[in-house]
Write a protein that binds this ligand. Sequence first.
Ligand code: UDP
Ligand code: MG
Length: 317
Amino acid sequence: MTKLSVVVPCYNEEAVIDRFDTTTRGVLGDLPIEYEICYVDDGSTDGTLARLRLLAEQHPGATRYVSFSRNFGKEAGMLAGLREATGEAVIIMDADLQHPPELIARMLELYELGHDQVIARRGREGDRPLRTALSRAYYGAVNRWVDVELADGVGDFRLLSRPVVDALLSLPEYNRFSKGLFSWIGFDTVTFDYRNAAREAGETKWRFGSLLNYGMDGLVSFNSRPLRIAIWLGITLAALAALYAVWITVDAMSNGVTLPGYVTLVAIVVGLGGVQMVMLGLIGEYIGRIYYETKRRPHFLVKERCGLPGPPEDPRE
Ligand code: UDP
Ligand code: MG
């Protein structure tokens, strides 16, 4: 191993960034390798950027940062960091010390054994029970419907070898769902477990709504199987309706016409209306994605890069 890059997306992490830097640098300093830390300021509105400028000044060469013109989301932050990283291997970490820097040594050991992706999987200690239960249910469902394997507790905390980083950077899509991309690219992968730590300071950027959206991304980002499900659902409902019609007709012929099935009618109309809305929404979701892809907008805009004004960004050819 010649050089390790640590990529850290930061959004309003003023309260914890210095502590993160000190701890991580302590760990990296003890290892017999060269390292660099690439911070990505994701349009923070607090003093994060000022701290990053200071850190880059204090550790020239070993610390770099990119600052976005606004908040583009963690996916964009990770992408920018991966483009920025020059190391032979890259570790992606959160700035809030929920990803214990002490695990870096362990990851490097596994990397030296020849693994291309080394994943640290967290337990769910300290999470709210509702979030844990929903996550479990979600991953159970999604793995049945989606081609790539998504595992519970497996996040962005991982070491990637250079070939893996290059593979990720070669994927041009606008809608990036990293959890799926990591899994989709393959390569020799190994996972180990660690105990989840509570956030050191600051607060989580995830609201319940954003988690729901993230979940939706996971479902439709990778294949069109949900559309296939829609077709089967349609066929099943049509078959049931045909059977019901036959039964009603036979019943009417043998017993005569009885009271009309008012409730049945309303239930069927409303129910089918709902199913159609859901399926239309599903199709719309895919079309929306096509719409965004065709615009070919950059994933992020750089405002500043280690003190220099950023280039108008888009290396996608
Ligand atoms: N983050 C980011 N952009 C965002 C939201 C989050 O770069 O729009 C960063 C954040 O600074 C942190 C990491 O992504 O380093 C994980 O965020 P958070 O701790 O809020 O997520 P959680 O740990 O609750 O899943
Ligand atoms: Mg966190």
